[in-house]
Design a protein. Structure first.
Length: 127
């Protein structure tokens, strides 16, 4: 069975908008798999790599507690063909998930990042 712990609360870095789309069929999702988006953003001087990484025990718990205490938290449950659109700099985290075994049941997430590229306007980054 395919299980994953999710990703730590972090921001994508850079100003712009994230568009996340889940593509795996609903019956493959046995548990979790959604996304939590927090209203707050990292401090401007904080480098993206300092906040955008896999779970870290104590540090992660403290950050999550501060964000939850600050309020304005939205948790979006997993659903096939559901898109989640949010400001890239906002703290967000993929929730732990458990999908059915088999290649066709793997959790597939398409993320498009629209970022401001200076005076030239928007640019598209696909991850």
């Amino acid at each position: 069975r395919r299980k994953a712990a999710g990703r730590r609360a972090g921001g994508s870095g850079g100003s712009g908008v994230n568009f996340n789309l889940w593509l795996t069929q609903d019956d493959a999702c046995l548990e979790g798999g959604g996304l939590t988006v927090y209203r707050h953003v990292p401090q401007l001087e904080q480098h993206t790599t300092a906040i955008n990484r896999e779970y870290v025990q104590g540090e992660e718990g403290a950050l999550r507690a501060r964000l939850l205490a600050a309020g304005d938290v939205v948790t979006i449950p997993y659903k096939c063909n559901r898109a989640v659109i949010f400001v890239s700099d906002q703290f967000h985290e993929s929730l732990p998930f458990h999908f059915a075994p088999g290649y066709e049941n793997r959790r597939v997430n398409l993320t498009l990042s629209l970022a401001i590229a200076g005076a030239g306007g928007w640019r598209l980054r696909v991850r």
